[in-house]
Design a protein around this ligand. Sequence first.
Ligand code: ADP
Ligand code: F6P
Length: 346
Amino acid sequence: MSDILLKTLTEETRTVEPKKDEQQKAIAVLTSGGDAPGMNAAVRAVVRTGINKGMRVFGVYRGYNGLLNGDIEEMNLRSVSEIIGNGGTMLYTARSEEFKKKEAQLRAAEFCRSKGICGVVVIGGDGSFQGARALTNAGINCIGVPGTIDNDIACSEYTVGFDTAMNTALEMVDRIRDTAQSHDRCSIVEVMGRQCGDIALQTGIATGATAILVPEVEYSLERDVIPRIIKTQKTGKKHFIIVVAEGVGKKNRVEDIANFIEQRLGIEARATILGHVQRGGSPTLRDRVVASQMGYHAVDLLDRGIGNRVVVMRDGKITDLDITEALNMERVFDKELYKIAMTISI
Ligand code: ADP
Ligand code: F6P
C-alpha cells in the first residue's frame, strides 16, 4: 500500500476526542431493570457514537438511581474498551421505586441540567421506558433502547439479550436431554420470560420438546400434554422434554407438573428451573450487532434534538417510535411457530 493511501486511510478512520467546552452537547446513558447480555455493547455504541459526533457522554450508574444520587462519570473512547463481549452491564442496573415519583423525576431532570446533559439513552424494558417518558416530560430528551432477555416489548420484534438467553437455554436443555434419555425420564424445564412465552417457544422448538407451555396459549395437562406423551410412547420414544414458560410455571409449578406426569403415566419425571443462568454470559453475535445498531440510532436521534422515542426493530430494520405509542402496543405471539412446534415435535 502506498504511503499516500495509508495516510488518507489513517486520517479518515482515526477518531479524535474533541476538547470540552461550554457549547459541547452532553448526553448520558444508563441501564435499568433486569440486566441482559448485550447491554454493554449498547453502552459502548452510545459512548462511541456520541463522542464521534462531538458530544460529551456520561455513564450513569445503577439505573435511574444514578441520576438521583449524582452517581455519574464522564466516559471516553477507552472507557468502553473490551466490554462488547461481556455479559451483565458495566454501568450496573437497578430498579428504582423512588424514581416513579414525580418529585424524583423533576430532581433527576434538574441534576441533568446542572451537568449540561440534554439527553439520556435508557437501555431497559418497558418499565424503564415509562421512566424515560417521565424524564422527557420533565425536560430531558430520552430515547429508550429495548434491553431484556424476555423479548416482551410489543413495539419491537427483538430485544437485546433475547438471542443469548435462548441459546443458553438451548444448551442447558440439550444437557438435560442427555440425562433424561439415559434414564428414560420426562424432564420438565422452566425458562424465563415473565408473561412472554418467546424464550420457551424458541427453546422448545429447537430442542424438540414434546410439549411447550406458554402463557399465550391456554392449556390443560390432561388434554394437551398426556396424550402427546402417550402418542409418542407408541412410536417407541421413551424420554420426553416439556418446556414451560415462567408465566405458566408461576401458577403451575414445574414440580407439580412432574408429579402429575409420574402419577398419571408411571414414568419418572424431574423438574428443573433454569433461572438466572439465562441472564448471564457473553452476548451472541446477534445481540452484539443489534445492540450496536440500536445504540447508534439512539444517539443519532438525540443529536437531532429528538426525544421521547424508543428504538425498535420492525421488519428486521432499526427504526423508532413515540414512547407512548410504543407502550400502548399489544404483543403478538407467533401462533404459526407454535403450530409448527406442535406438529413436528412428536
Ligand atoms: P423493565 O425496564 O425491565 O421493564 P421495571 O419494570 O422493573 O423493569 O422498571 C425499571 C425501572 O424503571 C423501575 O425500577 C423504575 O425506576 C422505572 N420505572 C418503571 N415504571 C415507571 C413509571 N411508571 N414511572 C417512572 N419510572 C418508572
Ligand atoms: O426481565 C428479565 C427477567 O429475568 C425475567 O425473565 C424474570 O422474571 C425476572 O427478570 C427476574 O428478576 P430478578 O432478577 O429481579 O429476580
